[in-house]
Design a protein around this ligand. Sequence first.
Ligand code: NAD
Ligand code: DAU
Length: 342
Amino acid sequence: MNIVVTGGAGFIGANFVYYELNNHPEDRIICIDSLTYAGNLSSLEEALKNPNFRFIKADITDKAAVEKMFEEEHPDIVINFAAESHVDRSVEDPGLFLRTNILGTQTLMDACRKYGIKRYHQVSTDEVYGDLPLDRPDLFFHEDTPIHTSSPYSASKASADLLVLAYARTFKLPVSITRCSNNYGPYHFPEKLIPLMISRALADESLPVYGTGENVRDWLYVEDHCAAIDLVARKGREGEVYNVGGHNERTNLEVVKTILRQLGKPESLITYVKDRPGHDQRYAIDPTKIHTELGWLPKTTFDEGIKRTIQWYLDNEKWWKDILAGDYQNYYEKMYGNRGNA
Ligand code: NAD
Ligand code: DAU
């Protein structure tokens, strides 16, 4: 089969490219990525040596480029990872998020309609459900939990999900959607909580925790997410949404303290900074549907995954130090420079 992976030079997309090349060597993987600040070709260095892999630098909102790829590659499955993915950036520049996350999804699905497809799979997020209160640990996100978004990022992802389901009903496009909780692992861009804290702790720099650090995220090792997407895109029921998560809830403070402990760094590096506007309190996924229908279960516990992740950042310093040496310096100054303390 020919499988198109959009956003394959980003964090989860790159991990997915390797997951496919390793687990389905009979398939051809075509990656489309416009290489925004978050896209990194060096993450695909090994894949680029594989004759079953092709990289195309293109924007998913560029209809002509997307159609050219369809004419050349005749994809069987399109899996859409490409997105603006950072909540804090969406507060600064919502328009970019609407363009890529909504119009990009439309452009890809229009090409799928025009040329035909076996499956269009949308990689979505648990953030479309909004958040859960901290004092109700009995509550979880189910697939029928109402959409209730908080940030321009989550609103753009929810809009895309609605569009995907509308194309399924109106045009009979064979689609599926996965909504996953927070991922972590190799190739994670150091603006996100875990890689940011690892890279700053290694440099003995302050660790900016938003608000009180009590917000809860439900962490999933990225390879487990890749396995779930692979299963749903190939075997999931058409028109269905599947939640993906592994019941690994941690407060942000617990995560940061775990990283400090494992690196042998002092907790005095923690600095409480002004909270994120609209900050979601708690995410927690109920993955019963994907487990009962497709047999998916996560393989990696948080304790194991965080050790592996820290080791990856220790072994791959060049990957993240090159990022930190570029435009990222301006980003950090802009987002955290005048933030003030909590
Ligand atoms: P990322 O920001 O690391 O990577 C995004 C990739 O998309 C980059 O390579 C970037 O260059 C590319 N891209 C951006 N705009 C593009 C455009 N217009 N055309 C082509 N390529 C473009 O993101 P990620 O964390 O790997 O997330 C991937 C997907 O998974 C996103 O759709 C995100 O909403 C979803 N998701 C992420 C998480 C998480 O914890 N990171 C959890 C659940 C769902
Ligand atoms: O739940 C899935 C989502 O997880 C994905 O859809 C998003 O693409 C992905 O970025 C992630 O969103 P979050 O906002 O949860 O991730 P982030 O790493 O930005 O933040 C995790 C938590 O840590 C959140 O409560 C905010 C907090 N935080 C984050 C940063 C960057 C801090 O306290 N300090 C920070 O410097």
